[in-house]
Design a protein around this ligand. Sequence first.
Ligand code: SF4
Ligand code: SF4
Length: 318
Amino acid sequence: MQDVCKHCYGATGIHEAEKTIPDKVMEVILAEAKYIASSITITGGEPATFPHMTRRICNESGLPVFVMTNGMKLIEGITPASVLFSLDANDARPGINPDTILKNVLGYNCNLACNTVLTSDLDLLSYFEKMKALNKKLLSRGQHLREWKLGFVIDRGRATKHRNLFPDIDVVFKQLRQLLITYFEDPPFHLAIRGFLYTKFLTDAYLQSIKNFKLQEKRNPCLDCYGRGEILTVNTEGRVQMCTVHRTVSEPITDSLIDAVLKLLQRNEFTALTYRDWSECHSCRYWNICGGGCPSLAENYGGSWTGKDTFQCTIMGK
Ligand code: SF4
Ligand code: SF4
């Protein structure tokens, strides 16, 4: 199964695509997850690669389950709370027909959300038409498209080897402008646009920080990160991780998931760090907003844990 998107800019995640949580650990998770979580999200490696595991989590955990999938294969016998699927340009995943993906995900009979990354070949307006048609079908059966997230391919991770995927920025803006004009005539669903449109110039935090500048010396990017504070991640080795992307600070799940989480909460390798540890950012005026970015990404892109997250530097226009 083709389960790797060429445009992926991630440098983290699973190490062995064919591996998943050991059965013994899965039993523990199925027994205890309901006591410490309000929902479960199953994400990459592609859940359709592990249909048995995905079915067990959906059917036996007693929690609402969200599935993130590339949509290339329908996982039979599950009724998730919602499915987030990827619908990208053909050049990102060659040979993929977007209509097949849409047909597959409708097979889940639940609310859907869609993630689309703009690459060079994407005809945004025709994708918008597809999304509207999808939403119409969902509404006719009492469901809806929760969100259409649009992102932009950037020069990071695997994508660096596929520069032909990078869209012409003028074409993207032209298409985006047309999309927004059509969208706001009658917004059919929630639209989220991620990427370089979120610049420092658009954030309230930035405006606030230049009005009353006071260096936040205690700032630590992990302390207020959604990936750490709201989400508990179990990786393919059956360990609970401190955050969604960082694998090093983790604890094995043996007899009890709750015990593993309690042990993890006592670790403070990340969270005890402050401004003085991020020496490479000392000359940066965006520290209060950025706080060094994501340390795990900084490390994965070849730097150090407390080095600059150069992705963040790009977004900040540094
Ligand atoms: S390493 Fe990155 S993703 Fe993990 S908690 Fe810190 S900022 Fe968030
Ligand atoms: S923009 Fe770059 S240099 Fe500035 S705080 Fe963020 S990571 Fe550090």
